[in-house]
Design a protein around this ligand. Structure first.
Ligand SMILES: NC(=O)c1ccc[n+]([C@@H]2O[C@H](COP(=O)([O-])OP(=O)(O)OC[C@H]3O[C@@H](n4cnc5c(N)ncnc54)[C@H](OP(=O)(O)O)[C@@H]3O)[C@@H](O)[C@H]2O)c1
Length: 210
């Protein structure tokens, strides 16, 4: 599979590493340009190339957003149209600036991203585990227990594609529902956020019936 990553910091580079390990081809971008990512490109090997955000968006069958939420309006919307887009971002008002509609709970951050990218199929995932735990806590498919990753989307097909990716990267996907209902269950401030729960426990707390 081809994965585009927009954001090459803690989360973006960790996901690039996991995807390359799983045999995916990866294009990864930051805000400063591919030349600033040459060391990372070299370190991660032949399956990872440095790109611009627009190139990463066009490259990916799935494109992961791993930027500070406050930058979501800078994304290459036209190139993301038609794509499965994973929102790994979290809203932190101290970092991202206050958004009244998020502060009073009218919408979720993933719904705002979906509005900004009307042609994309947005799926919220990988937002609720710290980057270093995501790097270290994966298990192979045969393991008796695996850590759960909550996954929310309004688009069932896109959600399945991302659940497959979660599996591939060594975690068990847990369907949390829509961007509104599900997004509220695994955003900062919830009891599952960065709690590193086994999948069965995560499912008990937030899962929806299949
Ligand atoms: N850190 C975690 O443990 C963790 C866990 C789950 C979710 N998250 C969420 O994931 C997101 C990223 O967190 P992080 O810790 O990886 O942040 P980070 O280490 O600060 O990295 C942010 C990355 O985003 C890039 N970026 C910023 N604006 C951009 C733009 N307009 N276009 C392309 N790239 C842009 C930055 O590029 P430049 O350096 O070139 O500006 C940098 O590579 C945040 O929303 C965070 O809340 C983080």
């Amino acid at each position: 599979m081809r994965i585009g990553l927009i954001g090459a910091g803690h989360m973006g580079s960790t996901l690039a590493h996991l995807c390359a390990d799983a045999g995916d081809d990866v294009a990864i971008a930051n805000s400063r340009g591919p030349d600033t990512l040459r060391d990372l490109e070299l370190m991660l090997g032949e399956h990872v190339i440095a790109a611009t955000p627009d190139e990463a968006a066009r490259f990916g069958d799935i494109v992961v957003l791993a930027v500070p939420f406050g930058h979501y309006q800078d994304l290459p919307a036209a190139s993301l149209a038609g794509k499965t887009v994973v929102d790994a971002c979290n809203y932190y008002p101290q970092r991202d600036g206050h958004r009244p509609e998020l502060d009073d709970g009218r919408v979720t951050s993933s719904e705002l991203i979906q509005r900004e990218l009307p042609g994309a199929h947005v799926v919220k995932a990988f937002n609720a585990m710290r980057w270093d735990h995501l790097r270290d806590y994966r298990h192979s498919a045969g393991a008796l227990r695996r850590y759960g990753i909550p996954v929310s989307s309004d688009d069932p097909a896109a959600k399945w594609r991302v659940m497959d990716l979660v599996e591939q990267l060594g975690y068990e996907p847990v369907d949390a529902g829509t961007l509104r209902a599900g997004g509220r269950k695994h955003q900062p401030g919830t009891d599952v956020y960065t709690a590193d729960l086994w999948a069965d426990e995560l499912r008990d707390r937030i899962g929806v019936d299949a």
